[in-house]
Design a protein around this ligand. Structure first.
Ligand SMILES: [Zn+2]
Length: 319
């Protein structure tokens, strides 16, 4: 596998100067020599992977059979895979309920729809659905298993009429996109004037991110190119003419992030199998602390959940 890296300026403010935040390995290649660097912009404090693999060389990093978003296409699941799938089945109905509070039905575009379970859930409840997924095997699974309309195209290259969608969703997708500002602008064009963009991303300022440091699963180098906080997400939206209407933590994600971070630590431990229950217990406790810390600080308007769901709308035009 050839790894070509590119160095970038801050994707938010354009500054060249940054400070090293931490170094981490690819979680699918923990024994590998190579460490990826995550930096914090000296200007606006945005945290991102730098240098990063070029767009041409990134696809190799999505090919691990353990990569959770595409697990539906695999057989022979492990204990940890089953935890993931159980958590996901709980969250599917929850996602639908959040959206039906905004609108009872309409059209929805899911960016990075993976194997299509979320769109299938929405379609079953009367929504017109479209999906985008760059991973061919996952996209094909969504088409054949659920009969979904899924395009294997970059957003910039696909044609939808302006103002086509009531809702656009990015469930842990924005952090993977090479051009987040341009993507947000394009989504703004595709959104109806009263539509919503729902963006779920891990929160680098969460308790569990600070606790697990280089082993925090949501660093997910080099697949995660960016690490948002509520402040930097607000700034990104503003550059695209969008505004955050509300946001809150996703408690199930705290369990997923903490348990899977424990799994990374476990893989590095020779007595891993024996100690497995202890790691599981610590992950479970850390998730609870993360959730409650976020709730406590939430009252002071500082939400620090493991992952955050942002409800974004078009900024009203200045007249
Ligand atoms: Zn910056």
């Amino acid at each position: 596998m050839s790894l070509e890296l590119e160095k970038i300026n801050c994707p938010l403010c354009g500054a060249e100067k940054s400070e090293l935040f931490l170094k981490t390995r690819d979680r699918f290649n923990l024994k590998g020599e190579f460490k990826f660097e995550i930096v914090t912009c000296a200007g606006c404090k945005f945290t991102f992977l730098n240098p990063r693999p070029t767009p041409e060389s990134i696809s190799a990093f999505y090919e691990s059979e353990d990569y959770q978003p595409f697990l539906s296409t695999q057989s022979g699941l492990t204990f940890w895979d089953r935890i993931y799938l159980t958590v996901r089945s709980f969250t599917l109905a929850g996602k639908r309920r959040k959206i039906s509070k905004l609108k009872s039905s309409g059209s929805i575009l899911d960016m990075g729809c993976g194997t299509g379970e979320f769109l299938h859930e929405m379609q079953q409840h009367g929504w017109r659905v479209e999906g985008l997924e760059m991973e061919k095997k996952a996209a094909e699974f969504a088409r054949t298993e659920y009969n979904l309309s899924v395009r294997t195209q970059e957003l910039q290259d696909c044609y939808f009429p302006d103002k086509s969608f009531d809702v656009i969703t990015l469930w842990h997708v924005l952090e993977h996109l090479y051009e987040p500002k341009e993507s947000l602008k394009k989504m703004r064009n595709l959104l109806k004037d009263d539509g919503f963009i729902l963006i779920a991303v891990p929160n680098i300022s969460s308790f569990d991110a600070r606790f697990y440091k280089k082993n925090w699963i949501a660093l997910d180098a080099p697949r995660h190119l960016f690490h948002f906080t509520p402040e930097t997400m607000r700034a990104f939206c503003k550059t695209a003419g969008l505004v955050i209407k509300k946001f809150y933590q996703l408690p199930m994600d705290a369990f997923f992030n903490c348990l899977m971070s424990e799994r990374i630590i476990l893989k590095n431990n020779a007595f891993g199998k024996l100690l497995s229950p202890l790691y599981f217990l610590r992950g479970f406790s850390t998730a609870n602390i993360s959730i409650f810390e976020s709730l406590r600080l939430g009252r002071q308007k500082k939400r620090l959940g493991s992952s955050i769901l942002y409800f974004v709308q078009k900024q009203e035009e200045l007249s």
